[in-house]
Design a protein. Structure first.
Lengths: 243, 176
């Protein structure tokens, strides 16, 4: 997008420079084929327009519509979100979803592979589960994680996964704000993460914690997630220093 | 600049859309009613058929158009500071990005924490993956090494690329 806009404006600027130079040359009579004493538009143009009859109108309408379409395309390109399309909801066999919810229970602080959504009641996840985030296609599996697997399809809303992942990130030490975008195919989730961090945060430590969060997401989603990009921002205030 | 470009492109798209529709509507209006609508074309036609390239107004407009084009051109071809720079780059599992202004704030803050250093400002230049930091501030010259060390420590906390350049300029501070 940035490179495209830059190229667009370079082209526009060259056109403007060219028009300006041609205008100055025409003014001083240095442009071959022009006469500074002649009007910019010949009065004969009206007759010329009328000689084309209806085709002049058709041509003008066509040119106008082409310009309008180009304008819409340009606006759409500017407003379009960058990157891949948002990930659709996950669909998996109910047995598989149930297995994911009964992953080995480990304490929240040390369990990097603990599911984010619908964990077993004996081992609450570090991030709050999102109510209604998952729906069993045949009897609601997520609500009763310890129930026996039942046949059917388990649908996990991508939005619920996103909210759970965002909440888990926000709970990490050194993170003041987080936002996540899930993209790609449901079988191949990709993550784009935006973090607002404490000015004192050590990025190398933070990275380890984020990797653990992504690992938990992988367990929850039942498929590995690829982190495409992590963008970090620091709020505009001085870090607290210990002297 | 990126935001300005985007807003400008959005406005250009809007102008193209509105202008294109206007051309189409005017053409149909001229064909059906014999006169332009919604804009009367007589005034435009009269102006264009009475103005010559030798007129002073034509020269002024031409120069203005050329200057605007030149300003836009120069603003596009000059090197831009990256809005994001690579941090945590030493790891093999991908690169994190940090807002350039955030990096500048952290570096300036680290420099200002050195005793005797005031009004330190940091500038990050270069590319997204390979960048350099310039620190400029007021303070005793013998604190330059201390500032360099503090900023390098902060770069280490960001796990900045190993080849990140650093230059420190300290001017003598004002005596109170």
């Amino acid at each position: 997008m940035n490179a495209g806009n830059r190229a667009l404006w370079i082209v526009v600027s060259l056109l403007l420079i060219g028009l300006g130079v041609l205008g100055v040359l025409a003014h001083y009579g240095r442009l071959p084929g022009t006469d500074p004493s002649l009007p910019l538009l010949s009065p004969d143009v009206r007759d010329w327009w009328n000689s084309w009859d209806v085709w002049a109108t058709v041509a003008a309408v066509a040119v106008g519509l082409i310009l309008a379409v180009l304008g819409v395309m340009l606006m759409r390109a500017q407003l379009r979100r960058r990157g891949r399309a948002d990930m659709p909801d996950l669909k998996m066999p109910a047995e598989r979803g149930a297995l994911a919810t009964t992953a080995p229970s480990t304490p929240p602080s040390t369990g990097p592979a603990q599911p984010l959504v619908g964990a077993a009641p004996t081992a609450p996840p570090p991030a709050p589960a999102v109510p209604g985030g998952a729906h069993g296609g045949d009897g609601g599996v997520m609500g009763g994680a310890r129930s026996r697997p039942v046949p059917g399809t388990l649908r996990v809303e991508a939005g619920a996964l996103r909210h759970a992942l965002t909440a888990d990130l926000r709970h990490q030490r050194g993170v003041e704000g987080a936002d996540v975008r899930l993209t790609g195919h449901a079988d191949d989730p990709h993550l784009r993460v935006w973090l607002t961090i404490d000015p004192n945060a050590d990025l190398t430590d933070l990275r380890e914690r984020v990797v653990a969060v992504v690992d938990r997401f992988t367990v929850t989603a039942g498929r590995p997630a690829m982190v495409d990009e992590v963008t970090v921002r620091v709020p505009n205030r001085a870090p607290a220093r210990v002297r | 600049m990126r935001t300005a470009n985007r807003i400008g492109a959005l406005l250009l798209g809007l102008v193209l859309f509105a202008g294109g529709l206007l051309v189409a509507v005017e053409a149909v209006s001229v064909a059906v009613r014999g006169e332009g609508w919604p804009l009367p074309l007589h005034g435009v036609f009269d102006t264009l058929t009475t103005t010559t390239a030798g007129d002073q107004s034509f020269l002024i407009v031409s120069i203005a158009v050329g200057v605007v084009g030149l300003i836009i051109f120069l603003s596009q071809v000059r090197p831009w500071a990256p809005n994001l720079v690579a941090v945590n780059a030493a790891r093999s599992d991908g690169t994190w990005w940090m807002a350039r202004r955030s990096v500048e704030r952290r570096m300036a803050s680290a420099a200002n924490d050195v005793t005797g250093v005031q009004q330190a400002r940091a500038h990050v230049r270069g590319g997204r993956r390979k960048w350099r930091v310039t620190i400029a501030g007021r303070g005793p010259a013998d604190q330059r090494d201390a500032v360099t060390e503090a900023v390098q420590r902060e770069l280490g906390r960001l796990d900045a690329p190993a080849d990140t350049g650093l230059s420190v300029r300290l001017r003598p501070g004002r005596v109170a």
